[in-house]
Design a protein around this ligand. Sequence first.
Ligand SMILES: NC(=O)c1ccc[n+]([C@@H]2O[C@H](COP(=O)([O-])OP(=O)(O)OC[C@H]3O[C@@H](n4cnc5c(N)ncnc54)[C@H](O)[C@@H]3O)[C@@H](O)[C@H]2O)c1
Ligand SMILES: [Zn+2]
Length: 361
Amino acid sequence: MNTIYCRGYVKHSYPIHLSVQAEFDDFFDLLPPSQNCFVVVDEKLLELFPKLVLRLKQSQARIIPIACTEQNKSLDGLTMIFEEVFSHKPNRDDILIAIGGGLITNLGGLAASLIMRGMRFYYVPTTLTGQIDASIGSKQAINYSGAKNWLGMYNDPEFCYVNPNFLTTKPIDELNSEMIEGVKLCLATDKQLFYRVLDEINGFRERDPQSLASFVEKMIKAKVAVVERDLLEEDYGMSMLYGHTLGHAIEMLDHEHLSHGEAVGLGMLAAARMACKLGLAKESLITLHQQILQKLGLPAVIPGHLVPSEIYAKLGHNKKNYGGKVRFVLLRDVGEMAKNGGEYYTVVPENIIMQSIKEGF
Ligand SMILES: NC(=O)c1ccc[n+]([C@@H]2O[C@H](COP(=O)([O-])OP(=O)(O)OC[C@H]3O[C@@H](n4cnc5c(N)ncnc54)[C@H](O)[C@@H]3O)[C@@H](O)[C@H]2O)c1
Ligand SMILES: [Zn+2]
């Protein structure tokens, strides 16, 4: 097991344990003996990883299965966990283990943070997004009043156990779409890492566990580097949002057909076009974005049934829209975000945004 340490919000740092053990045995070595454990787990995993669940039950852990839906990432989802935990008279030394994708770790982490002003919790992320993004960075949240992640807080797990063997049951198209978030971060912040990651994408697609592990490790390091520099995502952490301004707008209009990652990929390509039109970047940046999407098997054109003016109108719903002006994270080059007045965003005029959207079809 290889361990990477990440700066926490409350703790000085917490460990992210990277393992490739096929049966997750080393996870059980990390559990303290004779401690009550509550396991908040994506209910789909009960069938996908029955041996793991059986072993948890044998260790007297109380299993709390949750259906992985955005509706459950809510006060109702929290209530389900609270009812189960409080029916067993917990104490503050008990442990909550959240096993699942970003949805379950966000929900479980928030529940643990609220129970008795904070019980101990571990993250076991089982999706690529969970392993390289959602479980690193101390953020937990639930949806509220129709808005994503409106209720939440910063708090740190005691550790995070990352094992790419969980990814072997993920459909390949979902994996590719989740991979764009890691590629995004390297692209925006670390040129060397980006080109190494790009070289490895093919091995990853074959799901060879070693390549998967090496890939996941690189992407975790990229995220940890950003968290170390700007945990609250107010400055350098804006890199996390690359491709997301326009990506969210496209996702909102077509979430039935496009995954989050696919929409972000299209948002990144549009951002590259904007950067070129503003004279910040060279045309080769656009070609590079197209190559990345092609390599990952992700769409490189906006679905034809969407309307450019409607996409533009949706930008108004984005949190990064300030005073009627739309701000984008743009790149000058690979690993180099454009800076304006000391800030990592660029206000882009409407005509440039519209041209970039139209060229995306
Ligand atoms: N806190 C953060 O910084 C942060 C960052 C990124 C995303 N998020 C949040 O994470 C959530 C998205 O996370 P996600 O993309 O991991 O999706 P998810 O947790 O919604 O899971 C996606 C799908 O994968 C399934 N799944 C989970 N593990 C699996 C496995 N091993 N094999 C097969 N199927 C599996 C789930 O049942 C679900 O159907 C969103 O709610 C988002 O807001 C938070
Ligand atoms: Zn995202």
